[in-house]
Every structure is written in structure tokens, then in C-alpha cells.
Ligand binder design. Sequence first.
Ligand code: LLP
Length: 456
Amino acid sequence: MQKNDSLFFSVYFSVFSVPLWLVLFMRSEMDHFEYRERKLHCEHVSIDELARTYGTPLYVYSEATLVHHLGQIQKAFAEADPLICYSIKANGNLGIARVMAEHGSGFDVTSGGELYRALAAGGVGSKIVFAGVGKTDDEIRYALENDVYLFDVESEEELHNLGKVAATLGKVAQAALRVNPDLPPKTHAKTDTSVKGVKFGLDIETVMDVARGVLGHANLKVLGLHMHLGSPILDPKPYREGSAKAVTLIEQLRKQGHDIQVLNMGGGFGIHYRKQEAAPASAFAEVILPAVRETKCRLVLEPGRFIVGNAGILVSRVLYRKESGGKRFLIQDAAMNDLIRPTLYGSFHRIWPVAPAEGLPAPPEDYEADIPGTSPIEVVGPICESGDFLAQNRRLPPLQRGDLLATFSAGAYGMSMSSNYNSRPRAAEVLVTGTGHRLIRRRETFDDLVRAELEV
Ligand code: LLP
């Protein structure tokens, strides 16, 4: 698809002469999962073939989509030459993280384990930022030994402890103060990190006092200001408000004597879950770049979902159908242990058959519309909880035992939040590149389930 781009463009323009903006819009939304001859493909590989090769449930990722979305951010923010730190919590598979490192990304980590992954994937300390409210001394030491670029510090006590641990190693820790800018709610309450009363960051009115307390500290350099507003955020406006508050704080911190060089605006950019609903990277750049120009800071961004969310789907197979209590149920082999977002946050993921039979409707553009040929059904998994569902009251075409389903936009916080609940081995993960595909995580076995236990 990518290879033929220039040919595609010239043919397209000469034949159809469609306005440039429309083509560019289509290009910017591209995710490399598309139906060809009624069969879902990832890049040039049929999903049906992948399911037969690797089994289900199966996470399938598109490398071209990963690179495309990273590129969208790199391009939109190019003026600032930002340090983009892929937020590895969104999807930490080494195969994916390696693609990020190879394309110039750094990493945002939030635990020693994530730092380990980032380094194993080829990340270097000078391009790693470390956030999180509860960094242990061991994790801080591990990060200092690997010369991480920035610690995003979330409390006064943590800041002083960071200085203490750095002193024991004879190092100077570079810190960005994470501030909670106290903005109105903008996403699900469980993932909104910039409203008053959440555990993240320093209350905005306390930042100057906390900063004063470490002026001249021999082992701490307060180098930046950090903000992560929440996730996912569809509307760029809160970034305008947040970054305006950051500009004021940076001026005050500089007056106080801190050499502030970095503005870290975190991640959180929304993606397409229901329909083409996400703002492009350029819309976020438009509201963030003015703060970079004004402060002349180096910009750090920590996108996770924007890069990997639309780059992955979860493929499952229908096991049974049943009716009970006046509802229809579609029982398939992916469960809340594979993708917990629907039951944890009430999240919506598009779901559609991998190979819709002749006469069945095409995948809808808008899942909120009434789709002819479909009827409502509960899409559930095998786990022993009533909360085990991928979708509720979802309109789907008729399906049969053995049919494959694709759950879209599952690349971020799908596998990374998976578990072994009900002693279900975790799904396999496969990365597609053009016409090729390779397993980047094998399906777990029953032996894997008990591997860490001591009385087997
Ligand atoms: N930076 C920090 C400090 C964060 O806490 C996060 C996400 C990110 C960056 C990356 O945010 P992103 O660009 O991926 O939106 N499990 C939830 C999302 C939790 C997000 C946690 N922090 C979900 O499935 O929606």
C-alpha cells in the first residue's frame, strides 16, 4: 500500500481530481486494516490466514501503522524538534518497542520493569523519561545507573528522596516537576489525571514552594516542567489551557533561579474508537507549539495510544450462541483477561466479522447508526464474571460457530493490561510488515501459568 503511494497519487489526481485536503485527510487516518474482497487484511496479509497460523485469541499489529502514527507526531511537531518518548505502558512488547526505537523514538516509563523493556528494545537513557507517583529507591537507582534523561517528579517527598538516592551514587538527577494544572474533566474519571483530587503531580499552587526547597541542591537539577492531562483526550483545547499554565510556571521557576529547559506535555492524544473521531496530531501541535516558542524549551511528548492504539486488533473465534433472559449472546474465545477496557471503563471498540459472508453488510463507518442486516447481541467471553464482555447490545450481522471476529483499536492498553485470570494463557501477538508476519509473543502455555510458583 505504501510502496505505491506516488503512483496512487498521480493516478488519483489525473482521474478523479479530488481536492487535496480530502486525500490528505484520508491518508492521515490510514490504519492499514482494510477489507478486500470481503476479507479483513492487515497490510497485505489476510487475518483469516493469521488466525489459522497462530490460533485465537490473537493480537495483530501493523508495523506500517505504528510508523505512520509516530511519523504524524514527528511531522506535526517538527518545528520544535521534540523528544518523542513512546509511552511503553500502552504496549510494551519488545517487537513493537524496537520499531519505535528504530524510528527515533525515546520512551516514557513508569516502573523499573518498563525501564527494563525500554532498554531491552534498544532505548537509551538519554531518551527516556520516568514518571509515576511511587518510584522505589531501587527503581530510582536503576534509572540513575542508566542515566535517564528526566524523572517526572510527582511529590515533594519524592523529589527530596530522588536527591538523596542520587547523592549515594554521586550523581545529579535531572527532574521535571509534574504539575496538576487543575483543569475541568476531559475523559473517563479513572484516567483523567489533571483534575483536582487525583494522586498525580503537584497541586499547581504548591509548585513554587516545592521548587524553592531544592534550589542549589548538589544532586538535583530541576530542569523541566511536566504535565500529563489524562487519556484519551479527543479535544485539543485542554492542551492549550495546560500549556498556558505551564508557560506562567516556567517563567516563575526561572525567576526563582531554576534553569528550566524542558517542557514535557505528556501523552493522551485520542484515537478512533467508534468512528473517525480523533483530532489529527497537527491539531495538538497547534495548541502546544505556542508554549514552546514562548519558553524556548525543548519539547518532550509521551504518546502511547496515538501510536499503537489503531495499529492493533484482537482476533477471536465464535464458540457458541445462546439466548437467555431476553438477550442474545455471542460467546467467543477472547475475554476480559485479554481486553479489559470495555468492562473497566465502559470503552467502545468496533467489532466486525473478519470475513463477512456474501450479502452481509459492509463494516459501518458509524457504529451509532442503525445498520441494516444487523441485530443487537452481547459479545461475551468464557470468563466466570457477568462483566466479561467485549461489547454490550452491539449490532452485528448473523454469525456462526467458528466465525472470526475482529475487535478494532485494541493495540493500546489491550495486551499490556491483560492477565491470566481464570488461568487463561495470554494471547499470542503477531506483527505484520507488508506481506510478512512474525510472532512477537508466543501464546502462553499451561506451564507458563505456574512457572513462578514454588510448589508445583
Ligand atoms: N505519560 C504519562 C505520565 C501517562 O500516565 C500516560 C498514560 C501516558 C503518558 C500515555 O498516554 P497515552 O498517550 O497512551 O494516552 N488504561 C487506560 C489508559 C491509562 C493511561 C495511563 N497513563 C485505557 O485503557 O484507556
